[in-house]
Design a protein around this ligand. Structure first.
Ligand SMILES: Cc1cc2nc3c(=O)[nH]c(=O)nc-3n(C[C@H](O)[C@H](O)[C@H](O)COP(=O)(O)OP(=O)(O)OC[C@H]3O[C@@H](n4cnc5c(N)ncnc54)[C@H](O)[C@@H]3O)c2cc1C
Length: 496
């Protein structure tokens, strides 16, 4: 393609209209003197919440229509829609530990400490209307789990602050069963009316035009036409799988890998696409008693059945003091995959490994933006075997909780999950869907890193990244709220 038509220029172009992208577009366009363009590959269902598909608004389900790959492996699921993965996720919000902030501060400086991020944590909480799970949304299973957890010594804690291990209820960005996504929260009708904000939906970002260490434009595909967008500053917010692929197509990444794909190297940054970190977990299935099935059916009939509404932050023997490296999640309701006869439900407890040592990667299959990348999650592959040991510890704790609730659900037959051989455990691994780290923040002299503490890409002028991909380590939390807060903070470093 030579000289594609150019659209009008902007002060800032934000690429990717997901969780981070919505925050950035809203904050950066608060200054009426700055023109901002937000570019999203998926659809925008408009400023009226009522006109969005019911499936996207329904917080009881995990919708799968507006995604990048309908039939990809479970760990590849990610949204392709304005609002990003906040439109298809569990709407759960928790915060990580002080140990997480210490890791981020070492990589990016003081603005990543718990104290410095506090105003942004609060701002995101308010804008997303986060509120703790109300009593009415607790099923018999969830309320029994809260009591059982306390009896087992997991004292009740506030899940909204960098506190201590314990049990409690998460915060939700959902009210009365309706998911309040980042597009609703940040791109409300008043924001959308700003004359200095342009939202381009259904536009696929192909690559950045980088010459002599500076970005000169973005090549994108709009209605099947190739177009170029120009701006003073370019902010990538295509997420943990999208941002490294755009960078690599633009010639920023590991030189040998770029060459394999026939891409001219503009900046040899070996860290791009590496360091992929997500939280694997294993579900321990139980058999609900008739009493539990009846209670779940009654909630279902009221339209108030939610599969999971409490969690335990637990520490394995490998965890630093005061932190936690496990989430235990009791669940009961319709199965996530497959179906059951009417009046019957699935119950169990999952253990998720929150601070994995294993690292995977995202790689290009070709320079074609329409081709999905290769994603290798590399769950439980750390050479020291720590991850599988922590997971076993979590499964033992999950078993303890299940035993304390055996009057409502009986254990299945066979060996307990924590005693399964490694291969069996690996075959049962699922994901919490919190991938981070593929454009990791850190000092420029560390070849594993891609951006500095302000999200500026090492060695490329005029280019920032401000999404989940910059987190060098995954927090011991669900990632949506941290990503919102980080995007709020990084928007300010851009002058918002
Ligand atoms: C199934 C699922 C369940 C989850 N559950 C929870 C939960 O309950 N609680 C929680 O805290 N977190 C949850 N998460 C994680 C949370 O949603 C993410 O951490 C968060 O969305 C990350 O924000 P982001 O802006 O980095 O990426 P995203 O929100 O994924 O946004 C990236 C955006 O960039 C766009 N994009 C990508 N490539 C291109 C391109 N080439 N051109 C144009 N646009 C592009 C995408 O379409 C997307 O809209 C879940 C995630 C998934 C997938």
């Amino acid at each position: 393609m030579t000289n594609p038509p150019a659209l009008p220029g902007y002060d800032i172009v934000v690429l990717g209209g997901g969780v981070a992208g919505c925050v950035l577009a809203a904050r950066l366009s608060e200054n009426p003197g700055r023109s901002v363009c937000l570019v999203e590959a998926g659809p925008d269902y408009g400023s009226r919440q009522e006109s969005w598909p019911q499936k996207v608004r329904n917080a009881r389900a995990l919708p799968r229509d507006d995604v990048w790959e309908r039939h990809g492996a479970f760990y590849r699921i990610r949204a392709r829609i304005l609002g990003g993965s906040s439109c298809i996720n569990g709407a759960w919000n928790t915060w990580g530990s002080h140990a997480d902030h210490a890791e981020w501060t070492r990589a990016g400086g003081e603005r990543w400490s718990a104290t410095a991020l506090e105003p942004y944590r609060l701002r995101a909480m308010e804008r997303m209307a986060l509120r703790t799970v109300p009593d009415g949304e607790l099923s018999l299973w969830a309320s029994s789990a809260l009591l059982a957890a306390r009896d087992l010594g997991h004292e009740e804690v506030d899940m909204a602050v960098p506190g201590r291990p314990g049990s409690g209820r998460p915060l939700l960005n959902a009210v009365d069963g309706l998911r309040f996504n980042a597009a609703f929260a940040y791109l409300d009708p008043a924001t959308r009316c700003r004359p200095n904000l342009t939202i381009l939906s259904d536009v696929l970002v192909d690559r950045l035009d980088i010459r002599a260490g500076r970005v000169h434009g973005v090549h994108a595909v709009l209605d099947g036409r190739h177009v170029t967008l120009r701006a003073g500053t370019y902010v990538l917010a295509c997420g943990t799988f999208g941002s490294p692929t755009v960078l690599m197509r633009s010639g920023v990444g590991p030189a040998a890998h770029l060459e394999e794909n026939g891409i001219r190297c503009a900046a040899d940054l070996p860290g791009v696409g590496g360091n992929l970190s997500d939280q694997p977990g294993v579900f321990v299935p139980l058999s609900p008693t008739p009493e539990l099935n009846a209670a779940l059916a009654a909630k279902d009939a009221e339209g108030e059945l939610y599969v999971s509404r409490m969690l335990i932050r637990a520490a394995s023997e490998y965890c630093p003091d005061g932190a936690w490296d496990l989430h235990l999640l009791p669940t009961a309701g319709p199965p996530l995959f497959g179906g059951l006869p009417p009046g019957q439900y699935e119950a169990g407890v999952s253990a998720f490994l929150m601070k994995p040592a294993s690292r995977g990667q995202v790689r290009l299959r070709s320079a074609d933006p329409a081709e999905p990348p290769e994603i290798v999650p590399a769950f439980l592959t750390d050479p020291g075997g720590r991850d599988i040991a922590v997971l076993r510890s979590g499964l033992e704790k999950a078993q303890e909780l299940a035993s304390a609730m055996k009057s409502l659900a009986a254990p299945g037959g066979g060996a307990p999950a924590h005693a399964l051989p490694d291969a069996d455990l690996r075959s049962r691994v699922g994901a919490y869907w919190h991938p981070v780290g593929t454009c990791a923040m850190g000092p420029a002299d560390d070849p594993r890193t891609v951006v500095d503490g302000q999200g500026a890409v090492h060695g490329v002028a005029g280019l920032r990244i401000a999404d989940a991909s910059v987190l060098p380590t995954v927090p011991a939390a669900n990632t949506q709220w941290p990503v919102l807060a980080v995007a709020e903070m990084l928007a300010e470093t851009l002058g918002a």
